[in-house]
Design a protein around this ligand. Structure first.
Ligand code: SF4
Length: 502
């Protein structure tokens, strides 16, 4: 007998399910439809906005994830490295599914599977058994250990646990085990990334012959294509480099017919040689603060935090800085790319100019997007950075003050997308730049959404298209201007302005 498996989009429209939903609704005894509509309207007004911004006890749709997710991400940027999370299995299932939904790729990560008994007696036996099993099953060269809330609340000591595992010969003596405490009740995924990256770099201590080469730390950069783009730019400039935490192949590996648990990542030999490089540059200040401090104080290396390279100005600055550090010319090919970007910006200028934008995301990407808006004549009217603090706020305001397009723009550090919803009803925008979670704002406020940042779980392949450098900015511009044009078509569909040529 032939059975058809129906997609949920059709399945739940069938009579059987419609009836079920109605019965469920009756059982739940909700308010009347009129009351729901009345409250919905009320949440769009000034009175509700005031209450919403005074809210303290609950966070609704924040644009952030928790620390160990960032730690897992950092670990996957190194060759044959297994992310190992000391904590409950459910947390790791969440990290893996969060990444898988963004990349459409399997994500290797294991947990010590702590449950109630570990919460009472401590997680040492979970750690010992976990390390032994993880090594026996997956044969990694490096195991990068981080923690979840549970391990942190009971105060498990990773350093002591790992030492005990070695003393008890649960794992080979020579296996590398960097670790980082990543308590999720403070910070966010970018702090977890920073902690783990610092933990990994901390195992490198031995200096050798200095090399005329730079290290690049991209930060919590979730576009494999961006990492490839920065490597392409460095190759074009003939700059010898090591990308530390290179996730480009880990999250975008080719289909070969065979599953490979460990794809890509910075070679471990390069990790140990990176201490001999001349300079380390970071492309995301806020997700590499502790790491860069460590490199400066322990590796005694020059460190430079550069702005996220989206837009003409930021890319110019980065190329000029690289050219100065290495004493090399910016090649003609990059100058041509710059020229093509300028040409495209001018072509689209009439559609960009004066548009109001709401921006949502991690601090460095948000700062890059503000810079992009200001240079193309858009107003970044609402700027939301859930995991941004005072430093972020200051930097954002500094940028806004430098341009007339920044006047009257609002910065919401530490707020969530439900706050932004109120702000958007009060001062509407033409566009939102942000992750998939912002689609609820699109639905409620009808503001078109340009998907950028992390996570993007409801559209495919955007992580395969670079948005940094001149070429990447051009790609982003295409996304932005075509979203504006789509909206223009949609709005004029029944009128005389439904133009063929825009
Ligand atoms: S916030 Fe804590 S409990 Fe929740 S997924 Fe993260 S580590 Fe696990």
């Amino acid at each position: 007998m032939k059975t058809t498996v129906k997609d949920h989009n059709q399945l739940f429209k069938e009579e059987e399910y419609i009836k079920q939903f109605e019965e469920k609704k009756a059982f739940e005894a909700p308010c009347s439809n009129e009351e729901v509509e009345r409250v919905k309207e009320w949440t769009k007004g000034a009175e509700y906005k005031e209450k919403n911004f005074a809210r303290q006890a609950v966070t609704i749709n924040p644009s952030k994830a928790c620390q160990p997710l960032g730690a897992v991400y950092a670990a996957l940027g190194f060759e044959k490295t297994l992310p190992f999370v000391h904590g409950s299995q459910g947390c790791v299932a969440y990290f893996r599914s969060y990444f898988s939904r963004h990349y459409k790729e399997p994500v290797p990560a294991v947990s010590t599977s702590m449950t109630e008994d570990a919460a009472v007696y401590g997680g040492l036996s979970n750690m010992l058994e976990g390390l032994e099993n993880a090594y026996a099953l997956y044969k990694p060269q490096m195991i990068a250990v981080s923690t979840t809330c549970m391990a942190e609340v009971i105060g498990d000591d990773l350093n002591a646990f790992i030492r005990t595992a070695r003393e008890k010969n649960k794992i080979p003596q020579d296996i590398l085990i960097p670790f980082a405490h990543t308590p999720s009740f403070v910070g966010s995924h970018i702090v977890g990334y920073d902690n783990m990256m610092k933990g990994i770099l901390s195992i490198v201590k031995q200096k050798d012959m200095p090399k005329n080469r730079i290290n690049v730390i991209t930060g919590f950069e979730t576009y494999p294509a961006n990492i490839r783009e920065i490597k392409r730019i460095l190759d074009l400039m003939k700059i010898s480099h090591i990308v530390l935490g290179d996730t480009s192949d880990s999250f975008d590996s080719p289909l070969t017919g065979e599953y490979n648990l460990y794809t890509g990542g910075t070679k471990l030999a390069d990790l140990f040689d990176a201490i001999n490089s001349k300079t380390t540059i970071s492309l995301m200040h806020f997700s590499t603060e502790k790491t860069m401090e460590h490199i400066k104080s322990e590796w005694l290396q020059e460190t430079i935090s550069l702005p996220y390279p989206i837009g003409v100005k930021n890319t110019d600055y980065i190329l000029e800085t690289l050219s100065k550090i290495m004493g090399l010319q910016i090649p003609e090919e990059l100058e041509m790319e710059r020229g093509r970007l300028l040409d495209a910006l001018i072509d689209s200028q009439s559609y960009l100019h004066g548009k109001k934008v709401a921006i949502i995301g991690d601090p460095d990407i948000v700062l890059g997007l503000i810079s992009f808006c200001l240079e193309v004549g858009m107003y970044p009217l609402h700027i939301l950075c859930t995991n941004g603090g005072k430093d972020f706020e200051l930097k954002a305001k500094e940028l806004l003050e430098k341009s007339s397009f920044g006047k009257g723009c609002n910065v919401y550090a530490g707020k969530d997308m439900w706050h932004l919803r109120s702000a958007l009803f009060e001062q509407p925008c033409d566009l939102i730049f942000g992750p998939s979670q912002a689609k609820f704002l699109w639905r409620d406020t009808k503001t078109p959404l340009v998907r950028v940042g992390f996570p993007i779980q409801d559209r495919h392949h955007l992580h395969r298209i670079p948005i940094i450098g001149y070429q990447g900015t051009l790609n982003f511009l295409i996304q932005v201007v075509n979203t504006i044009l789509e909206e223009l078509d949609r709005q004029s569909i029944d009128g005389p302005n439904f133009d063929l040529i825009r």
